[in-house]
Design a protein around this ligand. Structure first.
Ligand code: ATP
Ligand code: MG
Length: 159
């Protein structure tokens, strides 16, 4: 089934100049980008996006990090897009993320280190965890008019 997922290139990915490399990882397997924009969010928006984490101990470090620069927000569409994107992204903790994943190839942070330093786990991207979260997040970040319906060359081969 064709589904949608939200990906955010977090401030570390933008500042490290990794936008192009990360977008390539999504395009290469044939996922279709149907929305993309750069946004600099504030603390209120962070609390909406990370509502499941607001009460957690690490939240204040996460919030400081996520508002520290602009984010590139992307919506992709594809066959089982949520699960496919999570596979491409890799483990939350870059130390555990396998080579070949975005986090495994471009980051190396360890949770104990980041907690000690009062930093967030800098893991370059966010990706929706399941279909329900994907729907909620896409509604939070994009209006219907920012999502585009068009055909890619892949559609003859993939969909
Ligand atoms: P994301 O939601 O950003 O895609 P994820 O779903 O892999 O990441 P979550 O458990 O939703 O991981 O955590 C959200 C974000 O909070 C992580 O990406 C990371 O930046 C940060 N984070 C998660 N766990 C910790 C922790 N124990 N200490 C510090 N930061 C953390
Ligand atoms: Mg998550």
């Amino acid at each position: 089934m064709t589904t949608r997922s939200l990906i955010l290139i977090k401030p570390d990915g933008v500042k490290r100049g990794l936008i192009g490399k990360i977008v390539e990882r999504l395009e290469r397997p044939g996922l279709k980008i149907i929305g993309m924009k750069m946004v600099w969010i504030d603390e209120d928006f962070s609390k909406k996006h990370y509502k499941e984490h607001v009460e957690k101990e690490f939240y204040k470090n996460l919030e400081k990090f996520i508002v520290s620069g602009p984010i590139v927000a992307i919506v992709v569409e594809g066959v089982e897009a949520v699960e496919n994107v999570r596979k491409i992204v890799g483990d939350t903790e870059p130390y555990k993320a396998l080579p070949g994943t975005i986090r495994g190839d471009f980051a190396h942070h360890h949770v104990e280190f980041t907690n000690r330093e009062k930093k967030a786990v800098m893991n370059l991207i966010h990706a929706s965890a399941n279909k329900k979260e994907a729907e909620e997040e896409i509604n939070l970040w994009f209006s219907e008019s920012e999502l585009h319906d068009y055909s890619t060359v892949h559609e003859d081969h993939v969909f």
